[in-house]
Design a protein around this ligand. Structure first.
Ligand code: XLS
Ligand code: CA
Ligand code: CA
Length: 442
């Protein structure tokens, strides 16, 4: 008989918006169809192994506040207990997907060979569990190439070729684990790929090397049958002062420079967008407009704090505009919505795991409902279309088709005279109130 870790918590039901049961969904109704697909298919929620199974509340000022030992003092035994507990959490929350770093699944042992062998045992066990319950899927895998001291100066951007080689070996294994578990995504988050000062840094070489590592990874993954997407997850700072993958626009430049743009998409994290002084929606729009929208790390930061707090998302406004971008991008394909979120250090009980996921899932479920309504209501899309109507006829159409030259435009402007009258109000306040009207009509 499989041990039950959360005996007091059953499967979380959907009870609708009038429910006051904290252990029930108010907006997430997995099988309800919204925008042509079930909510489960639209949202593709994923559990993050690092925060949920490993994060015990440790921060720079103190040790953990919550017990994430899963009843096992021994690290090897704990790795297996974590798998059982993760599957129980996913089951009870109706979450189909999960994401991991290699070291979240199984820690480092003495040598890389031993570490790899132990990781294999854990991924074999996960594969068995997935076989028994095919609804559980891997959204993406990644390698933790940033916590061990060997990566203090970076992994793919390390000044030492030996460190680069070690990281490459670790990534090779993490890709194998991802492929073995049928993952449709593999993430490169910058980790310590960045720098503190140019007084000790050859930035050009570091970026070339980072691209070399990604190219090798793509070649290897494709050679073993990986057909999914690679993602870069932009983040502007933390842990280094200058993270190379600053934001989506910066990463796009990098991918195009090194010819990696066919294989890579973006994994956009809400809190990282905030740190880059962008809105979450901005980052998603840049990705969508450039055909590189891939996956989402859902969380939120705190605008009063300048660091990566990875809070469970509860901001409906941001979630609605996020889901608007997702729907406009045609929905998720290989990607999904991973909760790269952790309960606050003071939310330390086992129930808090469920309560915080319910909060995040309901926020995005409501966001999806609002986004769908925003699209079917049509007022905002219509306003934007009309605002740009001058581009579909006359001189606008000639500019777009490439027919008009600079000289043609000079002739046009000289004949036309002053053009201020061609502008109409941007109506920002009206549009914001349309959004409120839609949000609160649900
Ligand atoms: C850290 C990142 C990290 C990635 C995966 O800030 O969010 O957790 O998502 O390596
Ligand atoms: Ca993340
Ligand atoms: Ca983060």
């Amino acid at each position: 008989m499989q041990k039950e870790f959360f005996e007091n918590i059953g499967k979380i039901p959907y009870e609708g918006k009038n429910s006051t049961n904290p252990l029930a969904f108010k907006y997430y109704n997995p099988d309800e169809v919204i925008g042509g697909k079930t909510m489960k298919e639209q949202l593709k929620f994923a559990l993050s192994w690092w925060h949920t199974m490993g994060g015990d509340g440790t921060d720079m000022f103190g040790c953990g506040t919550t017990d994430k030992s899963w009843g096992e003092c021994d690290a090897t035994k704990r790795a297996f207990a974590k798998v059982d507990a993760a599957f129980e959490i996913m089951d009870k929350l109706s979450i189909d997907y999960f994401c991991f770093h290699d070291r979240d699944l199984s820690p480092e042992y003495g040598s890389l060979a031993e570490t790899n062998a132990e990781l294999d045992k854990v991924t074999d066990y996960i594969a068995e569990k997935m076989k028994a319950d095919p609804s559980k899927k891997l959204l993406w895998g990644t390698a933790k190439c940033f916590d061990h001291p060997r990566y203090m100066h970076g992994a793919g951007t390390a000044p030492s070729a030996d460190v680069f080689a070690y990281a490459a070996a670790q990534i090779k294994k993490a890709i194998e684990a991802t492929v073995k578990l049928g993952g449709n995504g593999y993430v490169f988050w910058g980790g310590r790929e960045g720098y503190e000062t140019l007084l000790n840094t050859n930035m050009g070489l570091e970026l070339d090397n980072m691209a070399r590592l990604m190219k090798m990874s793509v070649d290897y993954a494709r050679s073993i049958g990986f057909t999914g997407d690679f993602y870069i997850e932009p983040k502007p700072k933390e842990p280094t002062k200058h993270q190379y993958d600053f934001d989506t626009a910066t990463v796009l430049g990098f991918l195009r420079k090194y010819g990696l743009d066919k294989d890579f998409k973006m994994n956009i994290e809400a809190n990282h967008a905030t740190l880059a002084q962008h809105t979450f929606q901005h980052e998603l729009r840049v990705a969508r407009d450039n055909g590189v929208f891939g996956s989402i790390d859902a969380n939120q930061g705190d605008t009063l704090l300048g660091w990566d707090t990875d809070q469970f998302p509860t901001n409906i406004y941001d979630a609605a505009l996020c889901m608007y971008e997702v729907l406009k991008a045609g929905g998720f394909t290989n990607g999904g919505l991973n909760f790269d979120s952790k309960a606050r250090r003071g939310s330390f009980t086992p129930e808090d795991i469920f309560l915080s996921y319910i909060a995040g899932m309901d926020t995005f479920a409501l966001g999806l409902r609002i986004a769908d309504k925003l699209i079917s209501d049509g007022r905002i899309d219509k306003f934007v279309d009309e605002r740009y109507a001058s581009w579909s006829t006359g001189i606008g159409a000639d500019i777009i088709s490439g027919k008009a030259t600079l000289a043609d435009l000079e002739k046009y402007a000289l004949e036309k005279g002053e053009v201020t009258d061609s502008l109409t109000s941007g109506r920002q306040e009206m549009l914001e109130s349309v959004l409120n009207n839609i949000m609160f009509s649900l």
